[in-house]
Design a binder for this molecule. Structure first.
Ligand SMILES: Nc1nc2c(ncn2[C@@H]2O[C@H](COP(=O)(O)OP(=O)(O)O)[C@@H](O)[C@H]2O)c(=O)[nH]1
Ligand SMILES: [Mg+2]
Ligand SMILES: [Zn+2]
Length: 220
């Protein structure tokens, strides 16, 4: 019986998310569902991206947190075109229903990219679409190189993994090659970029990926 309920919830979410997706497609707006553990650096990556691509990409961000508007405040200060904070009051992921009303608050025609920063959690955010074009997982080297094996769904559902905090590698036992191998063992076609949001290393490759995807969505 419990399995049936879970399946119904996932089916209902898929229906709402496909309506969101149709709205994004109509506006030719490229949408990313950004997922990670708490503290991997999702907001830091967005702050950097918004600042570095100012004048090139107009970026909107929907923030999902259990409580507070701390992240939306950071994103607004970074210069995002549109920012909205969702407080889930306990729910550990963002779903299609939560973002649907937010779409009425934004002018999609002035945006090139919309990012949904999901609730920090390596588990259930991977199960719930929001209507995105791409799911991406941000992984911090501080989490330990075994985590892609222990939380495989997140890495299977994402086409892109960005490995963050590589500036900290000298202080850790984690090996970058092992993180890559463990992630590609569960998802062979995974695209991977290694970055540091602290010193900017590797971010250009991620920006290139974003710009390519935005252009392809506009062209399609
Ligand atoms: N050393 C280092 N710290 C980082 C890096 N990126 C983010 N941080 C720090 O990690 C912490 C969590 O970052 P935050 O963006 O709030 O993570 P979120 O919870 O995933 O949104 C903050 O103290 C950041 O300054 C990085 O590349 N290197
Ligand atoms: Mg955050
Ligand atoms: Zn959840």
């Amino acid at each position: 019986m419990k399995v049936t309920v879970v399946k119904d919830i996932l089916d209902a979410n898929r229906r709402v998310s496909s309506v969101n997706k149709a709205r994004f497609d109509e506006a030719k707006l490229f949408v990313v569902n950004l997922m990670s553990s708490p503290g991997a650096g999702k907001t830091a990556l967005l702050e950097k991206t918004i600042a570095d691509l100012k004048g090139e990409l107009s970026i909107g961000v929907i923030e999902g947190d259990i409580q507070t508007s701390l992240d939306a405040d950071r994103i607004e200060a970074a210069g995002a075109t549109f920012t909205h904070q969702i407080n889930t009051h306990g729910a550990c992921h963002i779903d299609g229903n939560m973002i649907a009303p937010v779409l009425d608050l934004m002018d999609m025609s002035v945006l090139d990219l919309l990012v949904v920063e999901n609730v920090g959690n390596l588990v259930c955010p991977a199960e719930f679409d929001v209507g995105e074009d791409e799911k991406m997982v941000l992984f911090s080297v501080t989490e330990g190189d075994d985590k892609p094996k222990k939380y495989p769904l997140m890495f299977q559902e994402s086409n892109l993994m960005v490995v963050n905090k590589i500036d900290l590698l000298p202080y850790l036992d984690s090996e970058l090659e092992t993180i890559h191998k463990n992630a590609r063992d569960v998802h062979p076609g995974l695209t991977i970029f290694d970055v540091s949001c602290r010193n900017g290393d590797g971010l250009d490759a991620f920006y290139g990926w974003l710009k390519e995807k935005v252009a392809a969505k506009k062209a399609g």
